[in-house]
Design a protein around this ligand. Structure first.
Ligand SMILES: Nc1ncnc2c1ncn2[C@@H]1O[C@H](COP(=O)(O)OP(=O)(O)OP(=O)(O)O)[C@@H](O)[C@H]1O
Ligand SMILES: [Mg+2]
Length: 364
């Protein structure tokens, strides 16, 4: 899959602009506030039918009128398809080859690997940020993950509601046993899928991380419950952990152990990346995870993914930038940066105040 061209009308700070993309690397450069991330967002919209930036998509409507329009030509399995996005305050209208369609039919869904500076929160942020990151990643990579996560969240919510209503009680309510059983079953299947996800992802991420930093990356699952090889045995562990905490749970009015309390620990040469890693290493780890995700997605889809990499070069030195470019070789890549890098074999686009100028011609 690749983007051939994109046009933007009244989209954020673009009145009317567009570009014809190169098949490989596309470097989008310009000053802060020029519109680089807006352009990546427009690409994301045209590929997947939704924003990568906001849930309130009407924010993207520019000042000239009450609608934003995007149009792209994509090549999907050797065939050209056209996607269109019209955003108004009332909602958005998506088209595929001129016909109105649902977001699910957009060809880029599940085929984009996006990196934004906010992704660094995977390393520097709270355990909740890491759980969110890995849950999203495993939901696309591991069959059954999304369903298992939902089942666990539902069971947890019900059990927490019950614990909240009888907060401070000495004796547990009669329904608690039922929800404890449901929670333990859902938790143990989610545990095993998380471990499966890590086993799938970690070798690829470590392989990308090595040339980026010269160091060894590992990911350890920090569980609040001792995990066993066998799912049924893990369930017993969850049940006994919950039984041991019953008095505390009644006092706090919530479930105190399980996948919603766990963490994913990123380790570099055996040390915590969060506290011991340099900024460049932290960034490299997130990129390595994203690239490993892309490789797994490609295997599943049987088709190349598209990389949208926002501000990916900052904090990486020249050698690391080249290693990153080597790791994404062979796929269409859009990279935004404030400084134009000295690179061969790339298409360059200068973004300035909502205009896009393709290097070597007057732009489109
Ligand atoms: N709906 C909108 N209408 C008009 N302008 C908008 C709209 N939404 C955002 N902008 C403007 O777009 C400008 C460019 O934003 P963008 O995030 O793309 O910059 P950038 O080139 O990525 O900058 P940086 O290097 O700082 O990341 C901002 O000045 C912002 O005010
Ligand atoms: Mg930006």
């Amino acid at each position: 899959m690749r983007v051939k061209e994109i046009r933007l009308v009244n989209f954020r700070n673009y009145a009317a602009a567009g570009l014809e993309a190169g098949p490989g690397r596309n470097i989008i450069y310009g000053d802060n506030g020029a519109g680089k991330t807006n352009l990546l967002e427009a690409l994301h919209f045209c590929l997947s039918g939704s924003s990568c930036r906001t849930l309130r998509e009407e924010e993207a409507i520019g000042p000239a009128g009450d609608r934003a329009l995007l149009h792209a030509v994509l090549t999907v399995r050797e065939l050209d398809v056209e996607t269109g996005v019209e955003i108004t305050a009332a909602g958005k209208r998506l088209t595929l080859n001129g016909r109105e369609t649902a977001r699910e039919a957009f060809p880029g869904r599940g085929g984009i690997v996006l990196f934004t500076p906010e992704d660094l929160l995977v390393v520097t942020g709270s355990p909740a940020e890491r759980r969110r990151f890995f849950d999203r990643l495993f939901s696309t990579l591991i069959p059954g993950y999304r369903g298992a996560l939902r089942a666990y969240q539902r069971a947890l919510e019900q059990r927490n509601t019950l614990l909240r209503t009888c907060r401070g009680a000495v004796e547990p309510p009669t329904d608690l046993a039922v929800w404890t059983e449901a929670l333990a079953a859902a938790a143990s299947s989610l545990y095993h899928l998380r471990l499966k996800g890590l086993a799938l992802l970690t070798p690829g991420a470590a392989k990308v991380f090595r040339p980026l930093t010269g160091k060894r990356l590992a990911i350890r699952y920090a569980s609040t419950v001792p995990l066993r090889e066998d799912e049924a045995a893990t369930k017993e562990q969850v049940l006994s952990a919950l039984a041991a905490l019953r008095t505390d749970e009644l006092r706090h009015g919530q479930t105190l152990v399980g996948p919603a309390r766990d963490d994913f620990i990123l380790l570099v040469e055996g040390k915590q990346l969060r506290s011991h890693g340099s900024r460049g290493e932290q960034r490299a780890a997130v990129l390595a995870l994203k690239i490993a995700e892309a490789e797994l997605l490609e295997k599943q889809r049987g088709e190349g993914v598209i990389y949208l990499l926002d501000d990916v070069f900052s904090e990486l030195d020249g050698k690391r930038r080249l290693a990153l470019l080597a790791a994404t070789e062979g796929r269409q890549t859009f990279i935004t940066t404030t400084c134009k890098p000295a690179l061969k074999e790339a298409a360059f686009f200068r973004v300035e105040n909502g205009t896009i100028t393709a290097e070597g011609d007057a732009g489109v």
